[in-house]
Design a binder for this molecule. Structure first.
Ligand SMILES: Nc1nc2c(ncn2[C@@H]2O[C@H](COP(=O)(O)OP(=O)(O)O)[C@@H](O)[C@H]2O)c(=O)[nH]1
Ligand SMILES: [Mg+2]
Length: 369
């Protein structure tokens, strides 16, 4: 379960109905606890014939799954894997072990099993709460209710319900995975200054020389409700594309980031009369250097990236624009690609029988790890 490199501790997961028997034949306990019962933690040695291989701590997680925590020297790990193989254990990928353990734990409640994996990766506590909600009410309850009432429900009601779920899932994803916000704009408009202010340290170099930021920088910042990864880009058109390979590449990278962003902050320099347009699906214009241009009247968000004034309002507006500001975390959503795919298929299903099969698949299909 741990990386194949040197570490203080490595963890090997063993699962399957004969696991306890295998462990009994290769483990010599040191402590008082010698039974491989659920919940026990055993301390002792793994041995091969009369030779000790390593001192280990074994966690008895379920009757048929255990974690062997050994020393993190790759050679020791290799020796333990060889020992296990000798006793008939098949070495497999962590995903396969996880799928086995989840199936044992949750049976055919696929949504609960998926939640177990997804919660561990959630970017914020709100994300984890959204996921947990789907295992009790939310998605589980909705799908079960559809199935039970299939005879009296109109297919269109289910289909529009599924469509709503997919729409809400897009926002839920921002809580679960975090959002990508790209800072774009003309050279010297203050993109790097804003980026530094938002991440609370001087990560990007700020100068008066246009074109200082060539490569993009990224930093994850916790806002009020979600985690946002901000990207400081080379200003578009900062250098004529094609002038040299590095400039052309940084233009390409900036364009690519803008395309995949959840939101683009377009930083405009209030002291200059330049027009700057950008085509992206979600753009928020930010008027910067307000401290130098207080008399100028401009509609919109006015900030000073240098002094930080207006940045708090900007953060609020970012969350509003992303739709997370007043999102109800008790909404029904999908939180895995598998769930989204099936829910999308429900939207375009033609018959009640198709809908029935898809809902059953949503509830009981195999977990994709
Ligand atoms: N007075 C003032 N200067 C700013 C502000 N934001 C940026 N600057 C200055 O504008 C120049 C360009 O800033 P920089 O962040 O490197 O711009 P970038 O090219 O868009 O990344 C630097 O000299 C900054 O100190 C601001 O809000 N007020
Ligand atoms: Mg810059």
């Amino acid at each position: 379960m741990t990386a194949k490199s040197a570490a203080a501790i490595s963890s090997i997961q063993i699962a399957g109905e004969n696991s306890a028997d295998v462990l009994k034949s290769i483990f010599r306990p040191l402590g008082k606890i010698v039974e491989f019962n659920e919940g026990n933690i055993l301390h002792g040695f793994l041995f091969d014939k009369d030779k000790d291989i390593d001192e280990v701590v074994i966690g008895c997680e379920q009757t048929d799954s255990f974690s062997i925590n050994c020393h993190g020297n790759p050679l020791i790990v290799e020796n333990i894997l060889e020992l296990l193989k000798k006793h008939g254990v098949k070495i497999t990928e962590p995903d396969a072990v996880l799928a086995y353990i989840l199936h044992r734990k949750y049976g055919s409640n696929t949504i609960a099993a998926e939640a177990d994996i997804a919660m561990a990766k959630a970017a914020t506590i709100y994300g984890a709460k959204i996921i947990r909600h789907q295992t009790k009410m939310g998605l589980l309850q909705t799908a079960e209710w559809w199935l039970e009432n299939l005879n009296v429900l109109e297919p269109d009601d289910i289909k529009s319900g599924a469509e709503r779920i997919l729409n809400d899932s897009r926002i839920a994803d921002l809580f679960i995975e975090g959002a990508r916000v790209v800072i774009a704009g003309a050279p010297n408009s203050g993109k790097s200054t804003l980026f530094n202010y938002l991440c609370g340290k001087d990560k990007a170099i700020v100068t008066d020389i246009a074109g200082t930021t060539r490569d993009w920088l990224a930093a994850k910042v916790r806002l009020k409700r979600i985690t946002v990864e901000f990207f400081d880009t080379a200003g578009l058109d900062e250098t004529p594309a094609g002038k040299n390979a590095v400039d052309a590449e940084s233009q390409k990278q900036a364009a690519g980031l803008i395309e995949t962003a959840d939101l683009v902050l377009l930083v405009l320099d209030m002291t200059k009369q330049t027009e700057f347009r950008i085509s992206a699906k979600n753009v928020l214009a930010v008027y910067n250097k307000y401290d130098l241009a207080k008399d100028l009247l401009a509609d919109g968000l006015k900030i000073s990236a240098k002094t930080g004034s207006g940045v708090k309002e900007l953060v609020g507006e970012i969350e509003r624009r992303l739709g997370v500001y007043d999102f109800d975390i008790k909404k029904t959503v999908c939180f895995t690609d598998r769930q989204k795919k099936i829910t999308g298929e429900i939207v375009s299903a033609r018959t009640k029988q198709q809908i029935k099969e898809l809902i059953t698949e949503l509830l009981k299909g195999a977990v994709v790890v």
